[in-house]
Design a protein around this ligand. Sequence first.
Ligand SMILES: Cc1ncc(COP(=O)(O)O)c(C=O)c1O
Length: 360
Amino acid sequence: MALKPQPGIMDVSPYVGGESKVEGVDRICRLASNENPLGASDAAKKAYHVIVDDLHRYPDGGSYLLRQGIAEAENLNADHIVCGAGSDELLGLLIRAYVGVGDEIVYNEHGFLMYPIGAKTAGAIPVKAPEKDLRIDVDAMLAAVTDKTKIVFLANPNNPTGSYVSEQELRKLRAELNQDVLLVIDAAYCEYVDSPDYISGAALVEEYDNVVMTRTFSKIHGLAALRLGWAYCSAEVADVLNRVRGPFNVSLAAQTAGVAAIKDKAHLERSRDLNARLLNWFRQQLAELGLLTHDSVANFVLVNFDADSRANAAIEFLKNKGVLVRGMAAYGLPAHLRISIGTEDEMRVVVDSLTAFINE
Ligand SMILES: Cc1ncc(COP(=O)(O)O)c(C=O)c1O
């Protein structure tokens, strides 16, 4: 073929999202993408409807009101916030800005797949650092760094394991990394964490020019369909991101709903409480069925089925009952399934279905 994409692009296995439909099944429990089962806040839905008469207008290219809203809610500096079409866009822009052909990025063994995918599209080499007992090993991350490393990525809490690294470990990682290596802390699930030794990474951004924290409205804020995320970073990195992003990269709908969502603390609390209660309950139920789950501080849980074939059989069995969960082969965990925490009714359906599967 005469057309030739840039180096690395054809090495990418395209990202496969969680399934959302099952032929012939009416009631579906969508537990494959870690979405908020309560949906978006009513305030965000209302705000979304209001913009209908402005659809012919371009949105504010600088997402000014949204950045102000985030800054106020999170007690951060709005000038150091850059918004994007999902945190995926921002992760991609960071790679585009700082990583070139032949460079390396380091990420954890069972880390979010968009890091290696993004690296490959830039012709760079994704280097995996081994984990210990499904937890990020900061020493292994440091050992994986070479003079070609441009970015170290880590999701905290990590998807799909649900584990997290402590403030102390995070600080050690930054302190022992070379200054010219950017540390990207992907805190997509940070709102769910309730552990005293956890930090989102915002404090590190304020201390170091070479740390970026990314966040999303797709998870606890329930706005996955709108594609909205943000990065908190130094003025220098914000300047770079603002040069590489599209001029109107965040839609008016996303900006408007985002402002309302970030202000709705009650919805956030409700979502967090429901998740904490059901995560605990669900893990206990699975333990009674003899299924091992890993400690999770997020809105999903990794379930061990001991054998790849058993995990695959469970996926199919659950699917036939209308329960969609995520197979983990692409994350190097083929004997595991990741199950998002849904509503109480949904989690009861999962437990009943898994009981039937085990007793089959
Ligand atoms: C760790 C992690 N980072 C980033 C994202 C991307 O989120 P967004 O919808 O903001 O692009 C996800 C989505 O699943 C995720 O799990």
